[in-house]
Structure formats: structure tokens, C-alpha cells
Write a new protein. Structure first.
Length: 548
């Protein structure tokens, strides 16, 4: 066993069993105080989950949260539940799956407490609207980032003397924690519109707890400008992703930057086309007409003479001109069915009219690839190769008027994309204020316990390690109290002992109690130091001879 350990064990044994037990008890008490203080001061900060609950709901919520491993605490009033900060959304989603709390009279639970006796239609309608508002508010609170929500709904109403029916509308007030409140507001508008009959999204207004208008009026996402902008962003992002996939294995993710601008046409086009096939025909109907005509015509004529003017005179007629005609006609009509095809095309997509691409490459990376002795011509050739690679990856079309530019430049050290705004010192301190306060309080508690507990204990143990009894006079004191050769032996009295003062001292009390004889003091001197005692005795023996 090492000497240090042996010395420690020997020192501990010198204290005795009682003192060791006292030291162990004080050490255990100090450690318990420090442990309790650390647990109490470093426990997580809690925030309110639900308030105004009944006892049964508090018990059920506690069981569900305990099974899920989520810490919780119950308020002093017994009607509120608190959970660690940052777990509120998770706890509410978990409790919503279990149908808790049931005592929050904000949803359809309102009908559980409504009696049918004396309930008018107006009261039923109001209760229905309140229940619908509560259910929608619960659903909105389940969205990530939404801490609280309040919903107001105006249902459609048609009066007797009103021609037009009043359209329903709604307003929502949310308390949001985050930076995407506008996106959540658009989702909330569609959620409320789908939950209320006859309500359109443009009739829903969303505000935050600070009074800022998040969404109102027509939905900007349905406009043609917003659609065109969205398509352009999608096309640009896709082309930029193609460039990154093509250049990252060669240059690395931090050695190039690409920017894409696409001119997209999102106009809706409709094309109708009819095609006739003359080679594909079928007889539909045949009509035949046949006509035969024959005619004879004969005419007699009386000759002109004097006899015609004489009375009672008969003239003899002679044959006149004769005509004969015959006509045959045949007519045939055939109707054919010609094959035709009609094509109607509606295009609701997009067309890229023009594309501009700019790529900058880290020049140091190209020098590393080509070597330290790379010439500008070699770098320019490698840039041209990269330009061909980018053109192939992006679908570059020269006829369309696309523009592509690849340049090799020196990158600024430490610049990786857009600069990120770092939080200030005050913001960082504000974020960790609770932790700093708990740490400071813990350090103060440890210091107080060490100063008022460990230090007095160490002082008491150090004092108790010294002999409690008053030690007798030292060898020098006894030597000074004995007579010298120049003084007679009879001059030795109690006043010559050291420490003799006018007042009472511990040494005087000791003399009064013990008062040893001169022989005993001489024996004590011999026990302390024999050689020095022998020298003193020789001096005493030689003193009378020197006097004589």
C-alpha cells in the first residue's frame, strides 16, 4: 500500500470512531443539500398546457403524459397542467388523439350541458356556432407554431324581406411562434373554409396577436401572376439542381455557384382540328332516275286564194308541216360517307421561351486540378468544357435564344452561399437567461454550503485533533525555574516558575493543584534530557568550589 494512503488511514484512525461518524454525517448532509439544490434549481422551465380543467381531466391527462414520457406538473389550484417548455405542441397532439380534455367546454361538448326543455331555435343556432368555432380553434392549435387561436364565424342568414342571401364569413386570430406565419395563414383560410358550409377562402381573414393582417381578400396563390411566378421558380430550381448534380462530383459543392433565370409562358391554349380521309369512304345512298319521252306533231294548212273570199265556196285544205321527237334521260346520284377525325387539344402547362444561366467556378479549384503550373489557356479550355457540361445538363437551346456564361473567378474565403445573420450578444444572453440564473443560483448554494458547513467542520476537527489536556512546563521552563550556580538553592520558589503573573493563569492553577517537589521536577528533567540535566548538575557542584 502506498505511503500516502497509509498516512491517510493513520490520520483517520487518529480521529476516533466518534469523530469519523460526525464527519461522515456532515459530509452526507452537505451532499444531500447540494443534490437537492441542483435538482430544484436545474429543473426545466414549465409552460401552461391547459387551464380551467376538472379533476377527472387532470388525472387522465397526467396518465397519458406519463405513459408518453412527457414530464408535467399540476398548478397549485389543481385545475391547470404545465409541461416543459417546447413540448406543448406534442402534448396537445397526443391529448387530442385521446380526446382530452373533455372538460374544455369549447367544442361540441357544449351540447352535453344544453337541456332540450325551453331551448329555442336561436339558442340552438348560437350553440352550434360556438361549438363549431371551438372545434376549428382546437384544430388550428394543433398546427406547428400556433400557440393559441380564436375563431369567429358569421353564418349565412336569409331574412324574409331580403332579396340576396348573406354569405358566411370568418375571422381568425392566432398567436404564432416562428417566421412562417403567412404560409400558415393561407392554410388556415382553406381549413376554415372547408369546415363551414358555403364559406369561401376569400371570406376568411387571419390576423396575429399583434394586430398584423396575415391574409385577407382574394387568394393570391390562385392568380395568374402568382402561378407564373411559381412555375418560374420551380423551373429555375430544377435547372439549378441539374447543374449541381453535374458539377458537384467534379468541382465539389463549395467551388461553384449557379444562377438561373427562366422566361416561362403559362398561357392556356386550346386547339381544335378536323381531318378528312378521302381514301376511306363508304357508299351511304344511291339514287337513279330514268326518263323516256316521244312526241309527234302534225299541222294542216289552207292555201291562200280568191276562192276563200267567195261565199258558199269550200276550200280544200292541204297537208301542213309534221314533226316527231323522242328523248331518253338516265340520272344516277351516289352519296358517300367520308371518314373524318376531330382533335381538340387544351394545353394548361408551360413553355420555356428563354433561359439565362450564369455559373462561376472557383479558380483555385481549377488550378488544383490542373496543377500549380497551369496556364491561362488550360484554365480557359477547362472552363469551356464545364460550359458544355452545363449546356448539356440544362437543355440549352441556341435557337431559342438561351444565354449561358461560365467564368472562373477567385472565391472569397469563408463565403459559402448567402451570409447568415448571426444573433447578437443580447439575443444569445436572452435565450439562455433561465439557464444562467439557475447556474448562478446553484454556484451560490454550493459556496454557502461550503463556507458555512465544510469550513466550520474542518476547523472543529482540526481543533479536536489537538490534545485537550494542558501540557506541563517544557524543559526550558523547568531549567529556568531551577537555581543557577550564582543563586542559592533556597531561592527556588514558586514565583521563579515561568508564567508567574499577577493574575491567575492556567499555569498558576496547575501549580496550585500539583505543586511537585523539587526532586520530582529534577526527575522530570532527567526524563526529558539526561545530558543537559547532567551539565546543570555539574555546574551546581562546581559553584561552591568557585565561591571558596
Amino acid at each position: 500500500m502506498p505511503e500516502q494512503i497509509q498516512s491517510i488511514i493513520a490520520n483517520l484512525k487518529s480521529f476516533g470512531v466518534r469523530r469519523l461518524a460526525l464527519m461522515g454525517g456532515i459530509a452526507a448532509l452537505v451532499m444531500a443539500v447540494i443534490g437537492i439544490a441542483s435538482v430544484y434549481l436545474n429543473r426545466p422551465a414549465y409552460e401552461t398546457l391547459y387551464v380551467g380543467l376538472e379533476r377527472s381531466d387532470v388525472n387522465q391527462i397526467g396518465l397519458v403524459l406519463a405513459d408518453a414520457g412527457i414530464g408535467f406538473d399540476v398548478g397549485s389550484d389543481g385545475t391547470s397542467v404545465l409541461v416543459p417548455a417546447g413540448t406543448t405542441a406534442q402534448a396537445r397532439m397526443l391529448l387530442a388523439e385521446k380526446g382530452l380534455p373533455t372538460s374544455a367546454n369549447a367544442g361540441y361538448e357544449l351540447f352535453d350541458n344544453v337541456g332540450s326543455l325551453g331551448l329555442t331555435s336561436f339558442m340552438q343556432q348560437i350553440t352550434r356556432v360556438r361549438a363549431l368555432e371551438g372545434e376549428i380553434a382546437r384544430t388550428i392549435q394543433s398546427i406547428s407554431g400556433v400557440k393559441a387561436a380564436r375563431v369567429h364565424i358569421v353564418m349565412s342568414e336569409r331574412a324574409n324581406f331580403r332579396r340576396d342571401e348573406q354569405q358566411p364569413s370568418a375571422s381568425v386570430v392566432i398567436r404564432y411562434a416562428g417566421n412562417d406565419a403567412e404560409k400558415s395563414a393561407m392554410s388556415i383560410r382553406h381549413l376554415v373554409a372547408a369546415a363551414v358550409p358555403g364559406l369561401s377562402a376569400d371570406k376568411v381573414t387571419v390576423l396575429d396577436s399583434n394586430g398584423n393582417l396575415l391574409a385577407a381578400g382574394d387568394d393570391p396563390s390562385n392568380t395568374s401572376a402568382a402561378r407564373t411566378l411559381g412555375v418560374e421558380q420551380t423551373v429555375e430550381a430544377q435547372i439549378g439542381d441539374n447543374i449541381r448534380r453535374a458539377l458537384t462530383p467534379y468541382l465539389g459543392p463549395d467551388n461553384f455557384r449557379a444562377s438561373v433565370k427562366a422566361d416561362v409562358n403559362t398561357d392556356t391554349r386550346q386547339t381544335e382540328e378536323t381531318i378528312f380521309d378521302p381514301n376511306s369512304r363508304v357508299e351511304r345512298s344511291v339514287q337513279s332516275v330514268k326518263t323516256n319521252e316521244a312526241s309527234n306533231q302534225k299541222q294542216a294548212s289552207t292555201p291562200t286564194s280568191v276562192e276563200q273570199n267567195l261565199p258558199e265556196t269550200q276550200t280544200t285544205s292541204t297537208e301542213g308541216p309534221q314533226s316527231t321527237s323522242q328523248n331518253d334521260r338516265k340520272e344516277e346520284i351516289t352519296n358517300y360517307e367520308i371518314n373524318s377525325k376531330k382533335i381538340a387539344t387544351v394545353s394548361n402547362g408551360y413553355t420555356v421561351n428563354k433561359m439565362s444561366i450564369a455559373v462561376v467556378v472557383n479558380q483555385d479549384r481549377l488550378k488544383t486540378i490542373l496543377g500549380k503550373d497551369a496556364t491561362p489557356d488550360q484554365i480557359a479550355k477547362r472552363v469551356a468544357d464545364i460550359q458544355k457540361m452545363v449546356a448539356s445538363a440544362t437543355g440549352f437551346d441556341d435557337k431559342r435564344g438561351d444565354i449561358i456564361d461560365v467564368s472562373a473567378v477567385e472565391f472569397i474565403n469563408g463565403l459559402d452561399g448567402e451570409p447568415i445573420d448571426q444573433p447578437g450578444i443580447l439575443a444569445s444572453i436572452g435565450t439562455y437567461t433561465g439557464t444562467l440564473i439557475n447556474a448562478g443560483a446553484f454556484i451560490v448554494v454550493v459556496f454557502l454550503v461550503a463556507f458555512f458547513g465544510l469550513k466550520p467542520m474542518a476547523a472543529a476537527l482540526t481543533a479536536s485533533a489537538k490534545p485537550a489536556a494542558i501540557a506541563g512546563p517544557s524543559f526550558d521552563d523547568v531549567q529556568r525555574s531551577l537555581p543557577t550556580p550564582d543563586a542559592p538553592v533556597a531561592a527556588i520558589t514558586a514565583d521563579t516558575l515561568p508564567g508567574a503573573r499577577a493574575g491567575a493563569t492556567p499555569l498558576d492553577d496547575l501549580r496550585q493543584k500539583i505543586r511537585p517537589a523539587p526532586q520530582e521536577r529534577l526527575a522530570r528533567m532527567v526524563d526529558l534530557n539526561e545530558e543537559r540535566t547532567a551539565q546543570i548538575l555539574r555546574k551546581w557542584a562546581a559553584a561552591p568550589e568557585a565561591v571558596g
